[in-house]
Design a protein around this ligand. Structure first.
Ligand SMILES: C[S@@+](CC[C@H](N)C(=O)[O-])C[C@H]1O[C@@H](n2cnc3c(N)ncnc32)[C@H](O)[C@@H]1O
Length: 381
């Protein structure tokens, strides 16, 4: 919690109310960032976090926003690795929000000399432009960087400018892809401007706007963004649902390296316990309700986990068979397909995909150590 007792009435007014999915989203991003910062501190001289739509860092009830959660983790690592440089760049188009965030962050990091902060007060699409020529672009080309873009809706972001920004820097991206905005407003004649904004944005990416199935459409956006960004090779998207189990948005993760996807998956399993989506709680079992069962909770959890992974594994086996029937593929190929198309992490692939196929639909063609990149398999007819 952040002490907001010293904020003025007008400052309090600009703070947002917090929703359950917002908190979970922040916890998840911070969980991934912890891994990211750790890898960065170990392998690189500099690590950079860029938050293009940061908010004030605190909600009206005093609960911490994502940027504060990330800064807490950065401070711990900066103290542990005093020889490494950490960079923290934030932007929001509301000046009052950036001022509040500035005060909180500067107080938090006082005395930690290897964290540098930058504060911007730009419209997000101008921020993309500014950052392309900003000093930090030149300075941080050799840093491990991540950018977080978290709008209230889909239409705000100029996708072409975002792609140009991404191509000007070496950075991973977590983008909040506002599915519900597209679903509600893509054909909303009552909100013509907004409708046009969404249509223009989708068209600029080459997405087929007449597609009715929102999941197909969102997957198309993810793939097109991945392919348009020159340093990005992998995309993965994790959905957040409302209490009637409809997607509100998904966090789209774009990275140049398969290792990024592996870490992202670890954070998903840690935060969401293997669920294929986060659902706001009204839909879940009411508090106090009990299930009649002869098993204890640990056992139920183990069985649920097994079924979640088993189900995902079966889907991936189907996909591998349909794409590679009669062909030879490397372990790395299997790993990439599974990591991009299912919730399974790298540590689940052998048990839930390879072993169930071996001796039946999959034959190992190489000698030596199994389950490594250089292992070759033949997918049966
Ligand atoms: C969903 S909130 C971000 C929440 C934050 N990421 C968190 O998890 O705590 C979106 C933020 O974007 C800002 N914003 C909205 N439109 C913007 C624009 N066109 N340019 C820059 N910032 C914008 C809003 O002021 C708001 O603070």
């Amino acid at each position: 919690m952040i002490d907001i007792s010293n904020l003025s009435k007008s400052q309090l007014k600009v703070l947002d109310d917090v929703k359950e999915h917002t908190l979970k989203k922040g916890d998840f991003v911070a969980e991934y960032l912890e891994e990211f910062l750790y890898v960065g501190a170990n392998k690189w001289n500099q690590v950079t976090y860029i938050d293009a739509m940061s908010n004030a860092g605190v909600y009206r009830c005093g609960t911490e926003g994502t940027s504060i959660k990330v800064m807490r983790r950065m401070i711990i690592l900066a103290k542990k690795y005093p020889e490494k440089q950490f960079n923290f760049i934030v932007n929001d188009y509301k000046l009052e929000k950036i001022e509040i965030l500035h005060d909180i962050l500067e107080k938090m990091k006082k005395g930690v000399s290897n964290i540098s902060t930058w504060y911007f007060n730009e419209d997000v699409n101008d921020f993309f432009n500014v950052m392309q020529t900003h000093d930090t672009n030149r300075l941080f080309q050799s840093a491990l960087s991540i950018t977080f873009i978290d709008p209230y809706n889909y239409g705000y972001i100029d996708m072409i400018k975002m792609i140009e920004y991404m191509n000007s820097r070496r950075t991973e991206l977590i983008l909040n892809l506002f599915t519900s905005d597209i679903r509600r407003n893509l054909r909303n004649e009552q909100a013509k401007n907004h409708m046009k904004m969404i249509n223009d944005s989708l068209t600029s990416l080459g997405v087929n706007t007449s597609e009715e199935d929102i999941t197909v459409l969102t997957n198309d956006i993810a793939t097109r963004l991945r392919d348009a960004m020159k340093r990005i090779n992998f995309a993965f998207r994790y959905p957040f649902h409302n209490n009637i189990d409809q997607e509100i948005y998904s966090l789209l993760f774009l990275t140049g390296h398969i290792k990024g996807i592996k870490k992202f998956k670890r954070a998903i399993w840690k935060t969401f316990d293997g669920s294929d989506r986060f659902v706001n709680s009204k839909n879940k079992m009411p508090e106090g309700a009990t299930q009649l069962s002869l098993l204890d909770e640990d056992e139920i959890e183990k069985i649920e986990h097994f079924y979640k992974k088993d189900l995902q594994g079966k889907e991936m086996i189907k996909l591998i068979k349909s794409e590679f029937k009669g062909k030879d593929i490397w372990y790395n190929d299997i790993e990439e397909i599974v990591l991009e198309n299912s919730l399974l992490g790298d540590n689940h692939i052998v048990t839930y995909v390879i072993k169930p196929m071996l001796g039946k639909e999959l034959t190992k063609l190489t000698e030596g150590k199994a389950y490594k990149g250089e292992t070759l398999y033949r997918v049966g007819e």
